[in-house]
Write a protein that binds this ligand. Structure first.
Ligand SMILES: *[C@@H]1O[C@H](CO)[C@@H](O)[C@H](O)[C@H]1NC(C)=O
Ligand SMILES: *[C@@H]1O[C@H](CO)[C@@H](O)[C@H](O)[C@H]1NC(C)=O
Length: 246
């Protein structure tokens, strides 16, 4: 025990040695040679690597983690208000002969301009065919996550539509005397229509048979088609091409 501690003591480099012994560098080099064996060089490299890693990677991780401290809002109050719309009345969902149209292939991962365009056209088909339009969140990511990453930033995967617009598209009233059923939320539709008739858009597109058909022609064809369907619950298949393209 005493033996080993004495040996250790001999190995300790005392900075005062440099001064008192007139900067006897040979003394230092001898000390360094003793100390810097393969193991200490290995640990030195490890320490430097760790330092570089923490500066480069951990800094980025901290930066990413910090975004969660102040994430963008999810507008849940708007969502709750949407769910509380008076037309969401499961007991009277069909009592006035109401019919519904849920366009499940609405756009996603596109900007608000594209979404709104798609929304207005789909709601127009529902309105003219006399069906209640089923509205969904403005959806960037359809994977049911709360947040997505866009351009290195956190964004909401979905935003309740009423946080962005108001009026009949999100369940508001039509003009007085209009008996078209009011728009309902997608979650309400899921409740009242667990087994909707699912429509693929391709056969209807084929009956139009004109790639340059005007929006009015597409609209009228779809309205005629939807009016011929007795099922009050109709869903446009998520996996078919859109009714109106660009
Ligand atoms: C819509 O967004 C709200 C708020 O972020 C969320 O609670 C809800 O699950 C989303 N999905 C649907 C179908 O409403
Ligand atoms: C549709 O319009 C494009 C561009 O004007 C034209 O090149 C094409 O021939 C048209 N197709 C049909 C079936 O009329």
């Amino acid at each position: 025990m005493r033996e080993s501690s004495r040996r250790r003591k001999q190995n300790v480099f005392d900075i005062s040695d440099l001064n008192t012994r007139r900067r006897d560098w040979r003394h230092f080099i001898r000390w360094a040679k003793q100390r810097l064996n393969a193991r200490s060089v290995f640990f030195l490299i490890c320490a430097i690597t760790l330092l570089v890693y923490s500066i480069v990677v951990v800094k980025e991780k901290i930066r990413r983690a910090l975004r969660w401290v102040d994430p963008p809002p999810l507008y849940e109050r708007y969502h709750r208000a949407e769910l509380a719309l008076p037309q969401h009345d499961t007991e009277h969902a069909f009592s006035q002969g109401q019919k519904y149209l849920w366009v499940n292939n609405h756009v996603s991962a596109l900007g608000w301009g594209n979404y709104l365009e798609d929304l207005i056209m789909n709601a127009q088909i529902a309105y003219i065919s006399g069906r209640a339009f089923v509205f969904d969140n403005y959806t960037w990511n359809r994977d049911n996550t709360e947040y997505s990453e866009y351009s290195g930033k956190l964004i909401p995967s979905q935003i309740p539509l009423s946080a962005l617009i108001s009026g009949p598209l999100v369940g508001g009233p039509f003009t007085a005397g209009d008996r078209t059923p009011l728009a309902v939320h997608k979650l309400y539709f899921d409740k009242i229509c667990p087994n909707p008739t699912i429509i693929d858009t391709t056969p209807v597109r084929e009956t139009i048979n004109d790639e340059n058909a005007s929006a009015l022609t597409i609209l009228n064809t779809w309205v005629d088609f939807l009016r011929s369907i007795a099922d009050p619950c109709v869903e446009i298949s998520r996996y078919s091409s859109r009714i109106f393209d660009y």
